[in-house]
Every structure is written in structure tokens, then in C-alpha cells.
Design a protein around this ligand. Structure first.
Ligand SMILES: C[S@@+](CC[C@H](N)C(=O)[O-])C[C@H]1O[C@@H](n2cnc3c(N)ncnc32)[C@H](O)[C@@H]1O
Length: 291
């Protein structure tokens, strides 16, 4: 897929994704810094499950060579429309569990909690194995996950038929109308799966509902810290940092996010150790501790 198609009629989720999903605090600066690190090594960036290009396009605009990969032609159509004037970003329709791009990257990102879409250890290992295969020697993988709130999950597990609760509102760019997003959650404890169903209510100027849309339930795997550590070890990626936010603070009990930075070990690790630290690792926490 090249610049994306503007002929595909996209559904409500893809059409409104950027309006509904704000950046996480510090997120884009973090990824820009990581992309600069890859650029300093002369290497490109791959974003897995890139959606509408919310992150990938910002990195391309800052000069990185970027490939964005996603399963959804609708999300990629939005990404293609938004990036029509940029020639250093390319979109690929593929599955992050099985892709083969015949290219290696200095940096691979899985932002925006997209990895939670992989529901089984096999799927997660397949994805990380593919990612590792596409990393250059010493290249970095960044995975942004939710940090599970067991209090919240406990409430969901007790109340299996989650009621719809308003979670966010946003303006639909196409109509200029306010949209209220209500979500009903439940939790399957035996598979660590959170299930969410969304109802979008589009409102007129009086606040009356003019259109209501219900999605199919989405299943998301709830990953815990040491589960991720095991996954990384299983595929042979070395964890270099685990943060609780995009400002480089360590993961702790109050963290709402988990950001994993892992690297593909250097080929000829012994010989290259000195070279690698001389060229500098990606270590954002050094600058950010005071924020
Ligand atoms: C919550 S969106 C995140 C989009 C983007 N990463 C961001 O941060 O804005 C999740 C994305 O994951 C994609 N996705 C889910 N499963 C996938 C898979 N197996 N392979 C590739 N993309 C997948 C969906 O199509 C969707 O675009």
C-alpha cells in the first residue's frame, strides 16, 4: 500500500479516532527522541498497529523515515489521507503477528495500547518475534501498555454485565456535532481479558441524541508487568527500561501506564559493547526525571 486511498468509505471509529483519542502526556516528545536516536544510526522507524498514523505521521514530519503497519484498511485510509503530502512515510496493510517487510529498522514502536489486541501468548510471541526479526542489531522496541488497575478489574469481574458509562466526549470533525462515547466493560478473569463495548451518541445543539451507534465488543488482553518481562525474555529481547509514564519515571504502584523499552542484542555483543555505548543508547529518563 502506498499513500493510502481516499476512496474507501471509512466507518465511524476510523473517521473519528483522532478526535476521540488525545495524545498521552509527553508521548510524542518521547517517540520523537527515540526516532532521532534511530536517525542518528541511519535507520528507519516501523510503527506496528499504527491506526490513523497519529504517531507515525508526527515522526515523519520531523524527518524520520517511517513505515506504518496496520490490519485495518479503514484506519490506513485515514492515515493515507492525512499524509498525502509527505513522502517519507509508507503504509502497509498487514498483521503484526505475521508480517514480513524484508527490511530492518533501528526503532519499532507499538503505541497506544495496541498490543493489548493480541489475546494469547502465541499471538504475543509471534508479534514480538516478527518485531525482533525486523530490528537491526542493537535496535530498540518500545511498547506502550496500560498498567492494570486491579481495583478497577475487580469491580468489572464482580459486575459481569457492565452498564454503559460515559467515558469521553469529542467533536465529530465531519458534522461539528458533539459525540458522547459511553462504554460498557466486563472482565474475564480466567483469560485476563477485558471486553469493552462502545456506544457513540451524536448530539444536536440542544444535547438531544440524533444518532446512536453500538460497536461489536472488543476483547483486550490485560498484561501484567512480569508477564511482559517473560514475553521479552522468551523472544530474546533485552529490556533496557520500564517506565510508568513518558517522562521517564520508573513504573510504580501509582503508574497508570507501562512503557517498555527493549533492544535486540547487538550481533557480536562482546566486540560491540564499547561502540554501542559510545554512540549512545536511547535513555530518556536522564533528561526527564524532574517533570
Ligand atoms: C487503539 S488503535 C491504536 C492506533 C495507534 N497505535 C495509536 O496509538 O493511535 C489499535 C490499532 O491496532 C490495530 N490492530 C489490531 N490488531 C492488529 C493486528 N493483529 N495487526 C495489525 N494491527 C492490528 C487496529 O486496526 C487499530 O488500528
Amino acid at each position: 500500500m502506498g499513500g493510502g486511498s481516499d476512496e474507501l468509505e471509512v466507518g465511524f471509529y476510523a473517521e473519528t479516532y483522532d478526535a476521540a483519542v488525545p495524545d498521552w502526556p509527553g508521548e510524542i516528545s518521547f517517540y520523537l527522541e527515540a526516532a532521532d536516536w534511530a536517525k542518528s544510526r541511519g535507520e528507519a522507524v516501523l510503527e506496528l498497529a499504527c491506526g490513523t498514523g497519529r504517531v507515525a505521521i508526527r515522526l515523519a514530519q520531523a524527518g524520520a523515515r517511517v513505515v506504518g503497519l496496520d490490519l485495518s484498511p479503514e484506519m490506513l485510509a485515514m492515515a493515507g489521507q492525512k499524509s498525502a503530502a509527505i513522502d517519507n512515510v509508507r503504509w502497509v496493510e498487514a498483521d503484526m503477528r505475521t508480517f514480513d517487510l524484508e527490511q530492518q529498522f533501528g526503532l519499532i514502536l507499538i503505541p497506544g495500547h495496541a498490543f493489548h489486541n493480541l489475546l494469547t501468548p502465541n499471538d504475543q510471541v509471534s508479534c514480538l518475534t516478527c518485531a525482533k526479526r525486523h530490528l537491526a542489531s542493537g535496535g530498540m522496541l518500545v511498547v506502550h501498555l496500560d498498567h492494570q488497575d486491579i481495583g478497577w478489574l475487580g469491580d468489572l469481574a464482580r459486575d459481569k454485565d457492565g452498564a454503559f458509562v460515559e467515558e469521553e466526549t469529542f467533536e465529530r470533525p465531519k458534522t461539528g456535532r458533539k459525540v458522547r462515547a459511553l462504554r460498557a466493560w466486563s472482565y474475564e478473569r480466567s483469560t485476563q481479558t477485558a471486553i469493552s463495548q462502545t456506544r457513540w451518541e451524536e448530539l444536536d445543539e440542544n444535547g438531544d441524541v440524533v444518532e446512536s451507534r453500538d460497536t461489536e465488543p472488543i476483547r483486550l488482553h490485560c498484561l501484567f508487568r512480569f508477564e511482559v518481562e517473560h514475553l521479552m525474555a522468551r523472544v530474546g529481547l533485552e529490556v533496557s527500561a520500564t517506565y510508568g509514564d513518558f517522562f521517564g519515571h520508573p513504573l510504580d504502584d501509582d503508574s497508570s501506564q507501562m512503557i517498555w523499552v527493549a533492544r535486540r542484542p547487538e550481533d557480536n555483543a562482546g566486540e560491540r559493547e564499547t561502540t554501542s555505548s559510545a554512540s549512545g543508547d536511547f535513555r530518556p529518563e536522564a533528561k526527564r526525571r524532574d517533570k
